[in-house]
Design a protein around this ligand. Structure first.
Ligand code: MRU
Length: 360
C-alpha cells in the first residue's frame, strides 16, 4: 500500500541481502520508522515486542528469520533450534508455526550448501503468496460488499476490530482487503474502527492506514459496537483471525467474541477474512485447543500517546497495587460466524474443508 505516495510492503530484504527491513509498528501512528533486522535474535525480539505483528506478517517475518540463520550455518541442528526459538515468540497465530514448518521441510530436503540461498527464495515466496491470497480474498469480499450496497441502496457501515489491514500482513490486509477493494471500486462506505484495548491496534494502526488510503472511518471505544448495532448503524462486521479451526471457530484479538455476540443478537452479518495459512487443520475445537497468549500487565496499566505539546509519552492509568490480566485473544464459535472470506471464495464456517479439500 502507499504511504505518502510510495508503495511499501511491511517487510522486505535489504539491498545487501544481509538483513530484512520492517516498519516499526510500535511507533505508529506518531512516527514512521524503518528498522533493519540482521539476526534471528533481532527477528525474535521484533515479533515478541510487536514491532511486527498480525498473523500473516508474523509468519513472513519468521520465514526471514530462518533465512538469516541459514546464512550463518545450514546445519540440521541449527535449523531445528531456530524453528523452536521462532515458534516460541508468540503462541496463538498459527501462521508462525506454518511458516517455520514450511521453511524447515523445504530446507531439510536440500544439501546444506544450498540452504541459505533457497531459504531467501522460500521466504520471498511466502511473502508473495500472502500478497496474492489477500488480494484474492479482497476481490471476493468486494463482490459481497457490492451486493450488500446494491440491496441497501446507501453507503455501507462496516465495523472492524483490531488491525487486520496491510500492516498485519505483507500487503493488502485481510479484513481490510475487501474494504480497500470496495472503496477503490467506488462503493460508498464508512468504517467503524474499534480502538482495541489494551494495545489500541485499531486506534493506532487501522485508523492510520485507512486514513493514508483516504477511506472514511471513525474510531470508537471498544464498548460502543453493540450500541451501534442496536441502532442499525452497522451493516456488516469484518474481522481478521490469528487461527481458525477446521470447523470454523475463529480466534482473533480479545474482544472479537463480544462483537460477534452483539452482531448475532442484532442480525448483523459477521465475517472473518482469512488467508488459508491461518487455518489450523489439526484442531476442531477452538476454545479447547487454541493456546491464548497471556501478555504482560503493563499493557493494560500503561498507555502510549502524544501529549498536547506534541511529545510522546507513556502514562499509567491504574492505581498502584491493582493487578491487571491481559489475555490477548479470544475464540468466536463457528455458530456466530456468518462466513469466512478466503482466497478461494466465501464459505460458511463449516464449509472450510469443502473449500480446501487437499488440506483437510
Ligand atoms: O496481537 P496482534 O496485534 O498481532 O493481533 C492481531 C490480530 O488479532 C489480527 O486481527 C489478526 O492477526 C488478523 S491479521 C491479518
Amino acid at each position: 500500500m502507499k504511504i505518502r505516495g510510495f508503495h511499501y510492503r511491511t517487510i522486505w530484504p535489504s539491498t545487501d541481502t544481509a538483513a530484512v527491513e520492517i516498519i516499526d509498528q510500535t511507533l505508529l501512528p506518531h512516527a514512521f520508522e524503518v528498522r533493519r533486522l540482521s539476526s534471528v535474535s533481532e527477528i525474535a525480539q521484533a515479533i515478541k515486542t510487536m514491532q511486527v505483528r498480525g498473523a500473516p506478517l508474523i509468519g513472513a517475518t519468521a520465514a526471514y528469520g530462518v533465512a538469516l540463520a541459514m546464512q550463518e550455518s545450514g546445519d540440521d541442528d541449527r535449523l531445528q533450534q531456530v524453528g523452536r526459538i521462532l515458534i516460541a515468540t508468540r503462541p496463538t497465530a498459527v501462521n508462525l508455526r506454518w511458516a517455520v514448518e514450511r521453511m524447515t521441510s523445504r530446507l531439510q530436503a536440500l544439501p546444506q550448501a544450498q540452504r541459505a540461498e533457497a531459504a531467501w527464495r522460500e521466504a520471498a515466496a511466502i511473502c508473495d503468496e500472502d500478497v496474492a491470497a489477500n488480494k484474492a480474498l479482497g476481490e471476493h469480499g468486494l463482490a459481497m460488499l457490492k451486493a450488500m450496497h446494491e440491496k441497501l441502496g446507501r453507503p455501507l457501515n462496516i465495523l472492524t476490530h483490531c488491525n487486520a489491514g496491510w500492516l498485519a500482513t505483507v500487503d493488502w490486509g485481510t479484513a481490510l482487503a475487501p474494504i480497500y477493494a470496495a472503496f477503490d471500486a467506488g462503493i460508498p462506505l464508512h468504517v467503524w474502527v474499534d480502538e482495541t484495548r489494551p494495545r489500541n491496534q485499531g486506534a493506532s494502526l487501522t485508523a492510520w492506514e485507512l486514513g493514508q488510503h483516504g477511506v472514511p472511518h471513525t474510531v470508537i471505544a471498544d464498548n460502543a459496537g453493540g450500541h451501534l448495532m442496536q441502532h442499525g448503524q452497522v451493516d456488516v462486521a469484518i474481522v481478521g483471525a490469528d487461527r481458525v479451526t477446521s470447523t470454523g471457530d475463529v480466534c482473533n484479538k480479545i474482544g472479537t467474541y463480544l462483537k460477534a455476540l452483539a452482531a448475532h443478537d442484532n442480525n448483523v452479518p459477521f465475517y472473518a477474512a482469512v488467508p488459508s495459512p491461518t487455518i489450523d487443520w489439526t484442531i476442531s475445537d477452538g476454545r479447547r485447543d487454541i493456546p491464548i497468549e497471556e501478555r504482560g500487565e503493563e499493557e493494560v496499566a500503561w498507555m502510549n500517546g502524544r501529549l498536547e505539546d506534541g511529545t510522546l509519552a507513556r502514562v499509567n492509568i491504574m492505581p498502584a497495587g491493582s493487578k491487571a490480566a491481559n489475555p490477548a485473544f479470544d475464540v468466536t464459535p463457528a455458530r456466530l460466524v456468518t462466513g469466512i472470506i478466503t482466497e478461494r471464495g466465501i464459505c460458511g464456517p463449516l464449509e472450510l474443508e469443502r473449500m480446501f479439500p487437499k488440506n483437510a
